[in-house]
Structures are given as C-alpha cells and as structure tokens.
Design a protein around this ligand. Structure first.
Ligand code: SF4
Ligand code: SF4
Length: 195
C-alpha cells in the first residue's frame, strides 16, 4: 500500500541508518494493539540509543521512516538526532483548516531553538519549493510557517485579504496544493469550489 510518506518523499533509502537516533520513538503517536503511546512521550521500550524489543517491535515501527531516511538531498547533519528536528509529512484528521489536509511538519525533539538553526531553515526552504504547507512544532503546539502569514490569509480569505497583490499568487498556490490536499484527506476539506 502506498502511504502519504511514499507519495511525498519516495521510498526509504537503503543505506540510511538510524544509528543512535530514537527521535521517532518520542515523536510518534502509536495506537496499535501491541503498543500504545502518546505523541511526544518516549516509548517505554526505548533504550535511549535504540529499541529494546527490536526483533519483535510493532509493524508501524518497522515501516515508518522520517524524511531524512527517504530524501537523498538531506545531508547527514539533518538526521533528526543531529539536528534536533524531525521532518515528516502528516495530516490532521479531521482537518481543522485547509492546510491540515496534508502538510510537512518539523518537530523539535528537545530544544525549541533547533527550529531556528541553519540546517532547519535550509530544510524548510527546500520543502517550501514543493506544494505542501509547512508547520513547525514544539511541545505539542504547531505553527504554520509556509505559506507566510500574509499569503496564507490571501489563500484562506481571497475576498477580504488586505494585500490584493497576494490574491493571484494565493490562487496559484492553492491550485498546486489541491491534488495533494485531496490525496491527504480523501476529501480535501475546506478547498473552495472549482479548485
Ligand atoms: S527519526 Fe528517522 S533517523 Fe531517527 S530513528 Fe526514526 S526513522 Fe530513524
Ligand atoms: S517499540 Fe521500539 S522502535 Fe517502536 S517506538 Fe518503541 S522503542 Fe521505538
């Protein structure tokens, strides 16, 4: 089955090793019969440098991989344990606004300041060349950083937005995003008619 991670980032790269990284063992919300843990809480099976039940770990842990494991142009220093930030693609179900149908998210795993590091900003710039919105997240709170606030306003409220020069770029942005929004949510909540 093709996942949204496969769709947006491609398959996992064979020679990308997790090493001592355990960022996803903290970041992911896992709700499986054999393992339940909330987002942001380190899995009880994590040794701090790997998985204590590696041979019998749940399927979700075997198949899930962050953006770094899938995108060849992300350099070694952007592995989540080195950068302090994990990039992935996600959706909120149900979406509470247009941008939550499908989005890139950068999650700070320890220090919030890592979201403002050069490596993180470079990665955000790279993802901003694609069609998806980008959120940054720390402590369970996420903030939209792409499109920037004025363009986001023009996308959400084209009739009322103050800067009229952003209305057309907003429409263009939305046209690029619409197919991915549909793929992410299945119904692309809050897409305006005709897009
Ligand atoms: S966050 Fe990425 S690199 Fe780190 S353990 Fe998970 S899949 Fe591996
Ligand atoms: S079971 Fe292992 S791989 Fe899965 S979240 Fe827990 S420590 Fe990580």
């Amino acid at each position: 089955m093709t996942t949204i991670h496969d769709l947006m980032f491609g398959p996992t790269i064979e020679d990308r090793a997790c090493g001592d990284c355990v960022a996803c063992c903290q970041v992911l919300n896992i709700d499986q019969p054999d393992l339940k843990k909330p987002e942001g809480q380190l899995c009880p099976h994590c040794t701090g440098a790997g998985c204590g039940i590696y041979e019998t770990r749940p399927q979700v842990c075997r198949s899930w991989n962050c953006a770094w494991k899938r995108i060849a142009t992300m350099p070694p220093e952007t592995r989540p344990d080195a950068m302090g930030v994990l990039f992935t693609v996600d959706r909120h179900s149900p979406p509470r606004n247009l941008f939550e149908n499908l989005y890139i998210i950068a999650v700070a795993t320890g220090d919030e300041a890592a979201l403002d590091s050069r490596n993180t900003r470079d990665a955000i710039r790279m993802f901003a060349e694609g069609p998806l919105p980008i959120f940054v997240s720390f402590g369970g709170m996420k903030t939209l950083v792409h499109p920037e606030p004025n363009l986001a306003d023009a996308i959400l409220h084209p009739e009322a937005t103050f800067d009229r020069t952003l209305v057309e770029p907003g429409r263009e942005w939305l046209k690029r995003y619409a197919p991915f929004a549909r793929a992410g949510s299945g119904e692309a909540a809050m897409l305006p008619p005709g897009i």
